[in-house]
Design a protein. Structure first.
Length: 132
């Protein structure tokens, strides 16, 4: 296992375009956060290196975004228990995670198989549906 996979991974979306949208949303009062799992491997050194690489990746790809919360946590940890607002919006490619998020009152979006523009539209629609 090598933490470099996080640094060398190719994003599924145009993260600079997404960052520009997120910055606008944040300027309008939206709180932004990331919850990202570490590898299933329990190696402490790999965990530390993976956290560093994930943060480096975020800085490189979305450096203009100032996250209100950033959780890089153990694999399998329930995301609704980690988030400051478990009733917010979660973008996740894993169906079981999205379903669990929704069971706890949040809105979940699947980013797979759609364009960055479509993802932004889904996030925007979800933001508009949140209670004020």
């Amino acid at each position: 296992n090598d933490a470099k996979v996080y640094a060398e991974g190719k994003p599924c979306h145009d993260l600079q375009e997404l960052a520009a949208y997120l910055n606008l949303a944040q300027a309008c009062g939206t709180r932004l956060g990331i919850i990202s799992w570490l590898s299933m491997c329990k190696d402490v050194v790999l965990y530390r290196e993976s956290r560093i690489e994930k943060r480096r990746f975020l800085q490189l790809q979305m450096g203009s975004v100032v996250w209100d919360e950033l959780h890089i946590t153990a694999y399998g940890r329930k995301k609704h228990l980690v988030a400051f607002d478990p009733h917010g919006i979660l973008v996740d490619d894993k169906e079981s995670i999205r379903k669990e998020w929704e069971r706890h009152g949040g809105i979940a979006i699947d980013p797979v198989g759609i364009t960055t523009r479509e993802l932004i539209e889904k996030i925007n629609t979800a933001l508009l549906s949140l209670p004020s």
